[in-house]
Design a protein around this ligand. Structure first.
Ligand SMILES: Nc1ccn([C@@H]2O[C@H](COP(=O)(O)OP(=O)(O)OP(=O)(O)O)[C@@H](O)[C@H]2O)c(=O)n1
Ligand SMILES: O=C(CO)[C@H](O)[C@H](O)COP(=O)(O)O
Length: 374
């Protein structure tokens, strides 16, 4: 299947969405997208992703596995899926889920209209869950999936993965066989001795935290999982290490952004919520009821807001028609809405637009602002 145009595969879903515009300049983001498109044409590899989502989230300390915990009414895993689905060159996304959570996962896929997702049974450890995902991609009898040239492995509980880092790890994996995102260490790593005293401490500048996403030539990582020991599958935590030990492949390390961290503790849910709110607050949609843009208060507002927020979009025309035109946008993106009404003191059209927004079933983070110049 050929990847669609940029943004073609985003889900239509109620609940806020994360566009990834928080840290990235929209122009830069667009250039990554078009670059990806260009590379697709020039023999960009086939790419699939495996998302381990079979953990119980013990450290979170709540009964619901953390990947299903709601953030602003939407399950955490849905944000991660959305982030991957936005990338047009990722063909398939295989998610490992426990048998008891298959129903929950299917409901999420349906409710948030996720696309290109295949579910496989998780294993009792993360490595086993990943291995099951890889097996599904390698299984030639599975008509729905095909073996990709490069596979991305990404934790279901890291929702803020951007296309640029995915592109970097895939590019590096194609060249080096394996690649992974890293971050500087926040604290020094020490080794305690058996009696609880300091054995040694590591030089922080020489070490890095291994994060996700990681990417591999499929044959390298699948071969490594096929050869690795039961001990590795039971206690291992690092896919790059498997590629090194069994695939003799030295992974290329790529600097990742701070937002790649793994939601692990309860406080991480609050941090994720505030990142989503912050990103959404930087997306504003101005709707005005006049096509002639000269000296319109909406145009002035657009100019002013462009300096303040990352993503200001503008549309004009009879408000109710504009509302209908908004449907495709609403399905992929979440904005704050400012409706500017200058043509008539009759709020009927504005009300119609508000109804359309209401019926779209998006949970707005901020109230829709209506400005009337009359
Ligand atoms: N048997 C397992 C264990 C973990 N994971 C997944 O691996 C990712 C990273 O693991 P981690 O953060 O350790 O998740 P949990 O094992 O759920 O957390 P905890 O260690 O606190 O129980 C998560 O998406 C988790 O769902 C998995 O697919 N299968
Ligand atoms: O960051 C990672 C390095 O590949 C993994 O997400 C991490 O190792 C998972 O380990 P655990 O399940 O023990 O948290």
């Amino acid at each position: 299947m050929e990847p669609g145009p940029p943004g073609d595969s985003g889900p239509a879903e109620p609940g806020p969405c994360v566009s990834g515009l928080g840290d990235t300049d929209p122009a830069a983001s667009a250039s990554w997208l078009s670059r990806a498109g260009a590379e697709t044409r020039r023999g960009w590899p086939t790419v699939a992703a495996v998302l381990p989502a079979g953990g119980s989230g013990e450290r979170m300390g709540v009964p619901t596995p953390k990947q299903f915990c709601p953030i602003l009414e939407r399950p955490l895993i849905s944000y991660t899926l959305q982030a991957l689905e936005r990338v047009p060159w990722i063909k398939d996304i295989v998610v490992s889920v426990t048998g008891e959570n298959m129903g929950t996962m299917n409901d999420i896929i349906q409710r948030y209209q996720h696309k290109h997702i295949s579910l496989v049974e998780a294993g009792v450890t993360r490595h086993r869950s990943i291995f099951n995902g890889l097996k599904a991609l390698a299984d030639q009898s599975n008509a729905k999936l095909s073996k990709p040239e490069v596979v991305i492995i990404h934790d279901a509980v890291r929702p803020f993965v951007e296309e640029d880092v995915l592109l970097k790890v895939v590019t590096a994996a194609k060249e080096h066989g394996a690649a992974g995102a890293i971050r500087p260490l926040v604290s020094t790593v020490i080794s305690p001795s058996a009696n609880g005293c300091l054995d040694c401490s590591l030089d922080r500048d020489r070490y890095r935290a291994s994060e996700m996403p990681q990417a591999f030539l499929f044959d390298v990582i699948y071969g490594a999982y096929q050869q690795c020991s039961e001990y590795d599958l039971e206690y291992g935590t690092e896919c790059l290490q498997l590629a090194l030990k069994y695939g003799h492949t030295k992974a290329r390390l790529v600097e990742g952004s701070a937002d790649l961290w793994k939601v692990t503790y309860k406080r991480d849910l609050y941090a994720a919520e505030s990142i989503i709110k912050e990103r959404t607050s930087k997306q504003i949609y101005i709707v005005m009821d006049r096509k002639d843009r000269e000296e319109h208060i909406g145009v002035l507002l657009e100019e002013m807001l462009k300096n303040e927020v990352n993503n200001v979009k503008f549309t004009s025309g009879a408000l109710c028609h504009v509302g209908r035109d908004l449907q495709p946008i609403l399905s992929k993106q979440c904005y704050n809405f400012v409706c500017v009404n200058v043509m008539t003191s009759d709020f009927q059209e504005t009300q119609e637009l508000l109804n359309i927004l209401k019926e779209s079933n998006l949970s707005m983070l901020y109230p829709v602002v209506v400005i009337s110049q009359i």
